[in-house]
Design a protein around this ligand. Structure first.
Ligand code: BGC
Ligand code: CA
Length: 344
């Protein structure tokens, strides 16, 4: 746990260094701040609202932002990009609606000779390589699955009573994020693989998409409890939004009173999930660092808007796929403070 805490602290330091060191100054656009065009795939996404806030905070006094809600509609986003280009933005920071739509955005940017920083929804590696002025800011998606799988495996081994029917197998239901989203695909695969690799037999009772959404998470969990009742032994959710929906459903179905308990894990570590961990209604989550991802996307976009190297004056690092990957961190009741910092 010590090592994890130190790592998280280092990342936070990196973030704030970047925020100071990356100060854009003035002059590049004839005395004003550089104009940067930003899209968020939909404002009505819990995690993205924290990334958006980090972008706004980090761009303060360094860039003039044009910020768009793409309302989960890729054709709307394409129009927003055209509109921003016509308004003279010097760089684009794009949270795609559809991860497969990156080539369409790149061709618009390329025609106007503009740099593009994608964030949160990762385009294919080949697409990122197709244009020299494009980069990605996000995470290593698989890492969240591995960390979540380890939280589950450790808890399973420490709590023999989690095997409610005593058959030696872990019966789980899984709330998946948006199909085709690299985070959803990798978290699903690596969480389950990691539990298996820890030597635990698993049985999947249900796996369906809740589209990252709390209401959908609750509806699915309601249906699964009605269908499987006490047979469910673990709830794995690709994000906290859906995990919170599952907790609501479990509460409404009499769980978390009179020793009736079901372990629930998520990803993100948003404040509402941390509250549930504190209250014992969620077992754990995985910090998806909204603050550092928002800050890194802003730093790269501002540098690129000024015609500088995207990393200039920052401590971010690019991997071989031209991606900045902010690390995930396991969060349980023992280290909630680490996550609180990333969502301040
Ligand atoms: C987050 C989800 C969010 C999604 C949006 C993921 O990285 O974990 O909570 O809904 O990104 O693209
Ligand atoms: Ca069992």
């Amino acid at each position: 746990m010590k090592r994890i805490t130190a790592l998280a602290t280092a990342v936070v330091l990196v973030g704030s260094l970047a925020a100071c060191g990356g100060k854009a100054g003035t002059g590049a656009t004839g005395g004003g701040l550089p104009k940067v065009g930003v899209t968020i795939y939909k404002f009505d996404d819990n995690f993205m609202s924290f990334v958006r806030r980090a972008i706004e905070t980090s761009a303060k006094d360094r860039a003039e932002l044009i910020l768009n809600d793409s309302q989960n509609d890729q054709s709307k986003q394409n129009e927003q990009v055209e509109m921003m280009i016509s308004k003279g933005v010097k760089a684009l920071a794009i949270n795609l609606v559809d991860p497969q739509a990156a080539p369409a955005i790149i061709s618009k940017a390329q025609a106007a000779n503009l740099p593009v920083v994608f964030f949160n929804k990762e385009p294919d590696a080949a697409v990122l390589q197709s244009y020299d002025k494009t980069w990605y800011v996000g995470t290593a998606s698989a890492e969240a699955g591995v960390i979540q799988g380890n939280i589950v495996a450790d808890a399973w081994k420490a709590n023999p009573n989690f095997d409610r029917n005593g058959d030696g197998k872990l019966q789980y239901v899984l709330l998946k994020g948006e199909p085709g989203h690299p985070d959803a695909e990798a978290r699903t695969k690596f969480a389950v693989d990691t539990i298996r690799e820890a030597g635990i037999d698993v049985e999947e009772l249900e796996l369906q998409t809740g589209m990252w959404d709390t209401v959908k998470g609750k509806e699915l969990m309601d249906a699964w409890i009605a269908k499987h009742g006490d047979k469910i032994e673990f709830v794995l959710a690709n994000n906290d939004g859906m995990a919170l929906g599952a907790v609501q459903s479990l509460k409404a179905n009499g769980y978390f009173t009179n020793d009736k308990y079901l372990p629930v894990v998520g990803v993100d570590a948003i404040p509402d999930a941390l509250d549930q961990i504190k209250n014992g209604l969620m077992l754990g989550t995985v910090l998806n660092d909204a603050k550092n991802q928002g800050t890194a996307a802003t730093d790269l976009a501002i540098n690129a808007a000024l015609g500088k190297d995207p990393l200039e004056g920052t401590a971010w690092k690019l991997d071989e796929n031209k991606a900045v990957r902010v690390p995930y961190v396991a969060i349980t009741k023992d280290n909630l403070a680490v996550a609180e910092e990333a969502y301040k």
